[in-house]
Ligand binder design. Structure first.
Ligand SMILES: [Zn+2]
Length: 211
């Protein structure tokens, strides 16, 4: 894929996520790692529903701004993932309602705030979804906390804020963010019930079979 193709796809996914209510206003940001080691990231205060592919911010390999509009203020969340995970080719951060609702629970299971209910959640998001404690938006202490949690997890949930999800490609990261939101919806629907969770052996089998 050329950089122009990736810019177009990023705007297309942004519009799709916005149209379906996964993001509102200027919430949420998306980035992609490019072949030359640099990055694309949605601009600060931009609406995912109305991205101009040509104005998406271009960063160098050290996350310095070298083109397009000014990058998202939450760029450090993306940097934490790329530095922690060599396999991360794209990162999606949303304030999507159901995942954020779980991130606001007073007594979540911090190691596993969304349990393994469906195979697709396990296949897309993985075995673990660590809950990162609350930090004020922009607090520099958030970056090392995310990096530590992301070292052995493809996605994290930021307390009282929302999910940050990585994938090998932009498409993988968007699909994983969508699957995470749907799993959060199921988990909330089943709160107070006794759902039949996937067993450890079933989770192992999925991850062995589908990677
Ligand atoms: Zn945010």
């Amino acid at each position: 894929m050329t950089e122009a193709d990736i810019r177009s796809l990023l705007a297309e996914f942004g519009a799709s996520l916005f149209a379906r209510g996964f993001s509102v206003g200027s919430a949420g940001n998306i980035s992609v790692r490019l072949e030359d080691g640099g990055y694309l990231i949605t601009p600060t205060n931009s609406c995912l529903g109305r991205l101009d592919p040509a104005r998406i911010a271009r960063l160098d390999a050290d996350f310095g701004h070298i083109g397009g509009d000014k990058p998202s203020k939450e760029v450090f969340m993306h940097r934490a993932f790329y530095r922690a995970r060599a396999d991360a080719g794209a990162v999606v951060h949303l304030h999507s309602t159901m995942a954020t609702a779980i991130a606001c629970l007073a007594e979540p299971d911090a190691a596993n705030p969304i349990p393994p209910l469906t195979p697709y959640f396990v296949m897309r998001v993985g075995r673990r979804l660590p809950l990162v404690p609350y930090y004020r938006p922009g607090d520099p202490a958030m970056e090392p906390a995310i990096a530590a949690a992301a070292a052995d997890a493809r996605a994290v949930l930021l307390a009282n804020h929302g999910p940050v999800v990585s994938g090998k490609t932009l498409t993988d990261a968007v699909y994983a963010a969508e699957e995470l939101e749907e799993a959060a919806r199921l988990a909330l629907l089943l709160r107070g019930a006794t759902p039949r969770l996937l067993t450890g052996a079933q989770v192992d089998d999925l991850l062995t079979t589908f990677g």
